[in-house]
Ligand binder design. Structure first.
Ligand SMILES: *Cc1c(COP(=O)(O)O)cnc(C)c1O
Length: 358
């Protein structure tokens, strides 16, 4: 039986990619902000409807650099219902993550709780547009303003998402995107930051290249987080086909919803209003605690769903902290992310759902 994974990387036509990287054999310019990198950057600005963007080797380094350049210190309020990267980036920068619970309907950070977690050490909020669901950015903005906090969005799941025609990367101080091979849009490995304050550009881009300002001066203890030309070329090719990919994903999600909505014991994410979605993930919550059994049953048929996000990051062995997040824990214990990619057929979706409902 053919294997169905939770995701499958999108690939541009082979010839297209070869065409795109051809010039590298003439220029011999492989990395360090080459012509393909710069072309790609311009295209992304347009697609994401933002006028400030910097590219990185991956999303994790981008997030880490965002925290450093904004001078975040002390405590950071964030969500444990996310990929390891979000929490790791905070802790790796010597910051203390303070875990806030999530909403029951969209699994983003619960803005009614944030203020109760703020103290004199708090300097930032790091919310996650988890599964591409958009956080309550207006409320977060209000809280941040009132308490003088920075907002850094983990938008790794939300590439191309728009709210009332506005790009998702235009909220907060900085938004991080991941272009990892498993994401809706990818550059093999890669990432980006978008930001409102143009003045950040210099600092972010110096940091990504060892803090080197010019041949005579190094102005910050930076790192190496540059995007190479081959990745940028993959990005240019994938971007060309992205809208079509998203349309195909939309059809898959529609089919899942037709099969699974209003089924007893199964909870789906509420659809958010006024959004241009990217259909990044399809999480299903099994209220009856059948999650593990369902996952096993699917695996027996060579279908691999993922317990995404389980465990919560605050429950990782490496952190060993106590955190009071009952909703996040409830969801994390019951959620399964179903296979979703552009070329998943309607027949496959039906087969997966049939297995689940049995
Ligand atoms: C993928 C991901 C990241 C990290 O991105 P990389 O490009 O893999 O470094 C961060 N946060 C979330 C929520 C992610 O899913």
């Amino acid at each position: 039986m053919k294997r169905i994974n939770v995701t499958q990387s999108s690939m541009p036509p082979y010839e297209e990619y070869i065409e795109e990287i051809k010039e590298i054999w003439d220029t011999k310019w492989l990395t360090n902000m080459g012509p393909i990198h710069n072309r790609f950057e311009e295209q992304l600005k347009e697609y994401l409807k933002t006028d400030t963007i910097s590219l990185f080797t991956n999303g994790h380094m981008a997030l880490s650099i965002a925290l450093q350049v904004l001078g975040i210190s002390g405590e950071v309020i964030t969500t444990p219902f996310t990929f390891a990267s979000t929490t790791h980036a905070i802790v790796q920068n010597g910051l203390k993550p303070v875990f806030c619970d999530i909403n029951e309907n969209d699994y983003t950070i619960n803005t009614d709780i944030i203020e109760s977690l703020i103290n004199e050490k708090t300097t930032a909020i790091v919310p996650v547009h988890v599964y591409g669901n958009v956080c309550d950015f207006e409320k977060i903005e209000k809280i941040a303003k009132k308490h003088g906090l920075k907002i850094i969005y983990d938008a790794a799941h939300a590439f191309g998402t728009e709210v009332d025609g506005k790009g998702i990367g235009t909220f907060g101080d900085i938004s991080m995107f991941s272009f990892h091979a498993t994401k809706v849009f990818h550059t093999i490995e890669g990432g980006a930051l978008t930001y409102q304050n143009h003045a950040l550009k210099k600092a972010l881009e110096t940091y990504r290249n060892f803090g080197i300002k010019n041949s005579d001066s190094v102005i910050s203890i930076g790192t190496n987080a540059k995007m190479n030309e081959f990745s940028a070329a993959m990005g240019i090719c994938n971007l060309r086909h992205l809208d079509e990919e998203i349309m195909k994903r939309k059809a898959v999600v529609k089919r899942y919803r037709e099969n699974l909505s209003c089924q007893k014991g199964i909870r789906l994410c509420e659809e958010q209003k006024g959004l241009r979605e990217n259909y990044a993930y399809f999480p299903v919550v099994f209220e009856n605690e059948q999650r593990d059994a369902v996952a096993e049953r699917l695996a027996a048929e060579n279908i691999f769903a993922r317990k995404y996000f389980y465990p919560l990051t605050c429950d990782f062995q490496c952190y060993n902290v106590k955190c009071n997040v009952p909703i996040a824990r409830w969801v994390s214990d019951r959620v399964l992310t179903l296979p979703l990619y552009a070329d998943l057929t309607q027949e496959d979706v039906d087969r997966i759902c049939k297995r689940i409902l049995k």
